[in-house]
Design a protein around this ligand. Structure first.
Ligand SMILES: *Cc1c(COP(=O)(O)O)cnc(C)c1O
Length: 400
């Protein structure tokens, strides 16, 4: 009989979206006349189709696979040079100098943020914000590692800052944040980078929503901060940027400067370790996807993505405006597709979920699903259509 990885006993059931679906189904069954009226503003998935640049490229790449002289088999495990260069050029246009050689192409920021835990021993002090994307906690738990939570609260605008008294080894940051939509400014990220350098800690920076940053002074990459290449890995993805949630393309930047001492005193490079890990366990993202991603990274490709992002951000504006008019405190909606608001009337998040479903047939995501600090908060997303979002917020306006 196999001895199992019993750390899985410690992972909480990922019940959030299943529970939402269950409650919506139950409501539909008991109120069939209202079923068609339900508006879903809980989804964390994009809805706009792929851009023209991406689609044209996909078609071209498929045709290449049809002829022996252009056919591609296995590619480099790190990704094709042409797309690593294209991603580096995209960083460059945003004023950030990243070496194409430090960019590792992958099939998802979820896989990468999960897999990176393999590079670290069990007995690290791992700081994770609460509330946050559940993947960081769950992947560490599956690996038998314990995390220490940093509280995101209304007081700190859901942007926890370092506590100098805490000795940390690994720090997860997600900015712009899922679920709160909050975004660190340069000064705050500088404090994090300085703290990490002083502690010789590594920051695992999730920048999946960088393309949604609209305020020019806010950092879109941790490498905008001096010293970050000595302490930070950055994870990025075309999922939200280019609507690639079903197409699958991400990239991790692991700078060669990230060198730490092993217990025996030898120097170990995270870049080399990640390269070894990926070369051993990963055979690359499909060529056709990498080819399309390279077109997405061009100026034309990104400008088409920005059209879709602007579409979503109009929804965010409508949601934010309604909340502001109602005097309901919220974060997000300006540099992020997410809006995170305080449940009115002292309600708990699941209570508000049921209330909105019952009264106005609007489905959102209870904050409790992202951590204990989400108990009295609620997430709405701007990934719906203009028509549905406007309708949902008109109903919300009448309700409160
Ligand atoms: C959506 C999302 C990602 C992207 O994951 P992919 O696996 O690239 O689709 C990464 N981090 C956060 C916080 C996200 O919300």
């Amino acid at each position: 009989m196999p001895k199992l990885n019993e750390n899985y006993l410690n992972v909480q059931d990922s019940y959030l979206f299943a529970e939402i679906a269950r409650r919506v189904r139950a409501y539909e069954e008991s109120h069939p006349e209202k079923a068609g009226n339900i508006i879903r503003l809980g989804i964390g998935d994009v809805t706009r189709p792929l851009t023209k640049s991406a689609l044209d490229a996909l078609h071209r790449a498929v045709d290449e696979q049809a002829a022996a002289d252009t056919f591609k088999g296995y590619g480099p495990e790190q990704g094709y040079g042409f797309v690593r260069e294209a991603a580096a050029a995209y960083y460059g246009r945003n004023g950030v100098d990243v070496d194409a050689d430090d960019i590792f192409i992958s099939d998802g920021a979820k896989s990468d943020t999960g897999n990176i835990t393999e590079l670290f021993a069990k007995d690290n002090v791992i700081l994770v914000p609460d509330p946050v994307y559940p993947v960081y906690v769950d992947t560490n738990t599956m690996d038998g590692k314990h995390v220490v939570y940093m509280n995101g609260t209304e007081e700190n605008n859901f942007l926890p800052m370092p506590d100098e008294r805490v000795k940390a080894d690994i720090i997860y940051l997600c900015s712009p944040n899922n679920p709160t939509g909050a975004c660190y400014d340069r000064e705050q990220l500088k404090i994090w980078v300085d703290y990490a350098l002083k502690q010789e800690a590594v920051i695992l920076f999730d920048a999946a929503y960088e393309a949604f940053v609209s305020e020019p002074d806010l950092p879109r990459s941790i490498y905008e901060i001096e010293g970050a290449k000595k302490c930070a890995v950055e994870f990025c993805s075309l999922s939200k940027t280019a609507g690639f949630t079903g197409t699958r393309f991400s990239y991790a930047v692991v700078p060669k400067e990230l060198v730490f001492a092993a217990s025996g005193g030898q120097k170990l490079s995270l870049h080399d370790m990640w390269n070894r890990r990926q070369s051993t366990k990963f055979n690359g993202t499909p060529y056709i996807i990498q080819y399309a991603a390279a077109q997405v990274f061009t100026e034309q490709g990104m400008s088409e993505c920005m059209d879709n992002i602007s579409y979503y951000m109009e929804n965010a504006r409508v949601i934010a405006e309604t909340l502001r008019r109602k005097g309901i405190p919220f974060t997000g909606g300006v540099n992020s597709p997410y809006i995170w608001f305080k449940c009115p009337g002292g309600m708990e998040s699941w209570e508000l979920f049921d209330y909105l479903l019952e009264k106005i047939q609007v489905v959102g995501t209870p904050g409790a699903g992202f951590g204990v600090n989400g108990k009295y908060h609620f997430r709405l997303t701007s990934f719906g259509t203009h028509e549905k979002t406007r309708e949902a917020m008109e109903r919300f306006d009448r309700l409160f």
